[in-house]
Design a protein around this ligand. Structure first.
Ligand code: HAM
Length: 429
């Protein structure tokens, strides 16, 4: 088949009516869990000052170096389509003086993000995220609770076989020393690294640890591990996070190579994967990820306020739900009444009748585009309505409508201005 002239942009897709039920289901589960845990919903503009991300997400990250959609406005500002939510949320926290609210401030969100990535399965240029941020609390129980919330949402969506990969990447006290050690180690084996990792040694050495190239994996398996070099504070924090997870029996895997692709993290980092039941291996991309980021508020010009959070990818969850045949029931549209019409005057009067029903909050189905009465009555039968209103040329002229009880076949004629009240009475019986 010839391709149509216009298609959605590469890596961006329509969410067709048949997929809306998955999005709605995920939204409903997320919002009820968020509500239970005391999170408030926030929306921020899709466009932000690009500097929020270059400073927040980090200059050396792939997101900033390669993946941001940036536009220059007519006024000369550089705005970016958000590649993630976290810096936008922190910008809003600072801008609206949320320090003055009782801390921590707990916020959740659900909406599209944009990254100019190489499109492939589970990786798009426009994708939806939902997430949670807890701002103003440094206690490790928050890190554990965020992991628990993400895990519970996926469980509630009936996704089984989940595993949380977790690590601590220390803080400004201990990480610089570890980075130096790692750099020295990697430099001594630089010739055997892939070209990307050779560059990463200089620009973002921790990222070498999550390179998927086989030769780099061999080298990193002998590299010094950050957990052995955490300062006392980071060590104690991480120990407590793991103890909380043990307490709630949440399955996790200590992964010393997990470093995440965003620069703002301190201490805890984690990702959630779906575990293939046959191979017992993580499959594909992470469903979600997050961690603690105690310095981001300050980096974006605010006070020294600790925070932690996580985000999950909606498309990846939908794809998994489909793959696992997780059924999502569409809410059945339940119409008690159908309006059938015949002739142009009847069509005109129908518009008013529909409006009267809408105002009275009685659901009424119709098929205004159709002219055949038979086809319309067939549709009314399929919808299993209790009553059918029929308005033909004669009824329209007399300002009347036929009210037919679909169960008994009994018909009566009533004035249009009384029809809503008459139907209401009968539906109440
Ligand atoms: P992230 O790991 O970059 O973290 O993204 C979170 C999730 O968004 C991923 O696990 C994945 O499910 C989804 N995702 C990311 N990129 C794509 C893509 N190109 N196509 C489809 N899905 C994608 C963050 O964004 C952080 N803001 C999370 C966070 C919140 N950390 C603290 N608070």
């Amino acid at each position: 088949m010839k391709k149509p002239k216009f298609q959605s942009p590469t890596g961006m897709h329509d969410i067709l009516p048949e997929d809306q039920k998955y999005f709605k289901k995920i939204y409903d589960v997320v919002s009820s869990v968020a509500d239970f845990y005391g999170f408030s919903k926030i929306d921020t503009p899709v466009l932000e000052d690009a500097e929020i991300f270059s400073r927040g997400t980090g200059e050396a990250t792939d997101i900033i170096k390669k993946e941001m959609y940036i536009l220059k406005t007519k006024g000369g500002d550089f705005l970016a389509l958000r590649p993630e939510w976290t810096p936008s949320i922190i910008r809003a926290y600072i801008e609206h003086g949320m320090y003055n609210l009782p801390q921590p401030v707990k916020l959740w969100y659900f909406g599209p993000c944009f990254r100019y990535e190489h499109p492939q399965a589970g990786r798009y240029r426009q994708f939806w995220q939902f997430g949670f941020e807890v701002i103003g609390e440094k206690n490790p129980v928050i890190d554990a609770q965020i992991i628990q919330i993400c895990y519970n949402i996926l469980k509630e969506l009936k996704i089984k076989n989940l595993i949380v990969e977790i690590n601590s990447i220390g803080d400004n006290q201990c990480r610089p020393y570890y980075k130096k050690l790692l750099t020295n180690y990697l430099k001594s084996r630089e010739v055997s690294l892939c070209s990307d990792c050779k560059r990463r040694i200089k620009e973002n050495v921790l990222r070498v640890l999550d390179c998927k190239e086989e030769k780099c994996q061999i080298i990193k398996s002998e590299a010094p591990q950050i957990l052995d070099y955490l300062c006392d504070e980071c060590k104690a924090h991480f120990k407590e996070v793991l103890e909380f997870l043990d307490e709630i029996e949440l399955p996790y895997n200590l992964n010393p190579y997990l470093v995440r692709g965003l620069d703002y993290y301190t201490k805890t980092v984690f990702e959630i994967f779906y575990l293939d039941s046959q191979s017992e291996k993580d499959i594909g991309n992470a469903l979600g990820g997050g961690g603690r980021y105690d310095k981001l508020v300050k980096v974006l010009g605010g006070k020294d306020v600790p925070a932690a959070g996580a985000a999950l990818g909606v498309e990846r969850i939908v794809e998994l739900m489909k793959k696992e045949n997780i059924e999502v029931l569409e809410k059945e549209e339940n119409f008690p009444v159908f309006l059938a019409q015949l002739g142009s005057l009847a069509k005109k009067k129908s518009l008013r009748i529909l409006e009267d029903f809408r105002k009275s909050k009685i659901k009424i189905a119709e098929s205004l585009g159709r002219d055949s009465l038979k086809a319309q009555l067939n549709k009314a039968n399929k919808l299993n309505v209790k009553y059918c209103l029929i308005i033909g040329q004669k009824e329209a002229l007399d300002n009347e409508v036929i009210l037919r009880n679909m169960e008994t076949g009994h018909q009566e004629t009533i004035k249009i201005e009384n029809v809503v009240e008459e139907v209401k009475k009968r539906l109440k019986k």
